[in-house]
Ligand binder design. Structure first.
Ligand code: SAM
Ligand code: SF4
Length: 371
């Protein structure tokens, strides 16, 4: 008994919730049995997408993400167990989360990754089992693509920033381009479709390969997506003026291909285009130059049990004391976990504010947040 002290940052719950855009007044009544309602923030954004970072470790050291040396690893004892991950994902599923993306660090470095996928994909959400996808550097896909597919992984995104071996070695500080290429082939063989490839264009580094990367995707039955570089590098060297933005990428691409915009962006951060009439598409993710915060439906769980309501959040809500019991008390029940999740979403800001004069880069590098 007794009241549990929550270690979360004290976030005021909104007194009145804005009516969620596109969600009618009866959404709560229509929610499936076992549901705890939805995760709606002050701006009416309904949260449906969960990113789980499975580890902060990585087999590469991409310059825009990790330092070359002296990485401050998360304490091993704080890394969530698979049981804990499954439990939190289950509570989030009862709160309306329907999609889960596994990321990191490098998610394939987690030894029980196939088991994680199988168990998360078996969780019943309000609209059926959770849809599980993954973002990976692809190095371990040659061994793992098939077992992952069999375990229920629905989609996979592989990051590849350059097709040149020497550049790859420089950019990721590891000479492993061939393994990524094998990984991409393995993902295709295993039947992952559409297979998406992610690249972060950087001035003077790989911005002369934007057309080549799309051609590579076309040749390999994949979809290329370009992500604007965000201020998340360990070295804090990001500069807005140096960033290759979506407009510039589009400009380079239209000199070579005919691009036809498809659909509305919706809650998807990607603006997609048909390449030369299709079926291949290319996507531009303009996180900085055209932020999609207004339609954001994401919540993040870090490998060490912190809930982040934004990539750029300055506060986190700590689930560990609830999951493990703090100061001699016993672990909390699912209601208390749901409560913390609701509070975290209630405190979500309108936007990431990268363009605000007072913007501060988050303390964690991307590898410890989960991209
Ligand atoms: N290791 C996996 C990988 O590289 O795909 C998953 C984690 S990684 C952090 C997820 C995605 O975030 C990758 O596509 C990576 O290119 C992207 N990313 C990392 N740092 C970034 C930054 N500063 N700006 C934009 N995207 C970034
Ligand atoms: Fe590792 Fe992915 Fe970060 Fe590269 S972007 S260092 S592969 S976590």
């Amino acid at each position: 008994g007794g009241t549990r002290r929550m270690s979360a940052v004290p976030l005021p719950l909104p007194t009145t919730l804005a009516r969620p855009g596109g969600v009618d007044a009866t959404y709560a009544e229509r929610a499936a049995p076992g549901s705890r309602g939805q995760l709606v923030d002050r701006f009416g954004r309904v949260h449906r997408d969960l990113r789980i970072s499975l580890t902060d470790r990585c087999s590469l050291r991409c310059t825009y993400c990790m330092p070359e040396q002296g990485v401050e690893w998360l304490a091993k004892s704080s890394i969530l167990t698979t049981d804990e991950i499954v439990r939190v994902a289950g509570v989030l599923a009862s709160l309306g989360i329907v999609e889960v993306r596994l990321t990191g660090g490098e998610p394939l470095l987690r030894r029980d990754i196939v088991d994680v996928v199988r168990r998360v994909a078996a969780i019943e959400g309000v609209a059926g089992p959770l849809e599980v996808s993954m973002t990976t550097n692809g190095l371990k896909l040659p061994e793992l693509a098939e077992p992952l597919r069999e375990a229920g992984l629905a989609r996979v995104n592989v990051s590849i920033d350059t097709l040149r071996r020497d550049r790859f070695a420089e950019l990721t500080r590891r000479d492993r381009l061939d393994d990524v290429l094998s990984g991409i082939r393995a993902a295709r063989r295993a039947g992952f479709a559409p297979l998406k490839l992610n690249a972060v264009p950087m001035r003077g580094v790989n911005d002369d390969e934007i057309v080549d990367l799309v051609q590579f995707a076309v040749d390999n039955g994949a979809q290329m997506r370009f992500i604007e570089q965000m201020p998340l590098d360990a070295g804090h060297t990001w500069s807005r003026s140096e960033m290759v933005d979506a407009g510039e990428i589009l400009d380079k691409l239209t000199r070579r291909f005919t691009l036809t915009p498809i659909g509305e962006r919706g809650s998807s951060p990607s603006q997609d285009y048909l390449v030369d009439g299709g079926p291949t598409t290319v996507g531009l993710i303009a996180s900085v130059s055209a932020p999609f915060c207004g339609a954001c439906d994401r919540v993040r769980l870090t490998a060490d049990g912190q809930i982040r309501n934004c990539l750029f959040a300055r506060e986190e809500s700590d689930l560990l004391p609830l999951l493990r019991g703090a100061e001699g008390s016993s672990p909390a029940d699912d209601d208390a976990i749901a409560d913390l999740l609701r509070r975290s979403i209630a405190g979500k800001r309108a936007g990431h504010g990268i363009d605000d004069p007072g913007f501060l880069q988050p303390q964690r590098p991307m590898s410890a947040i989960g991209g």
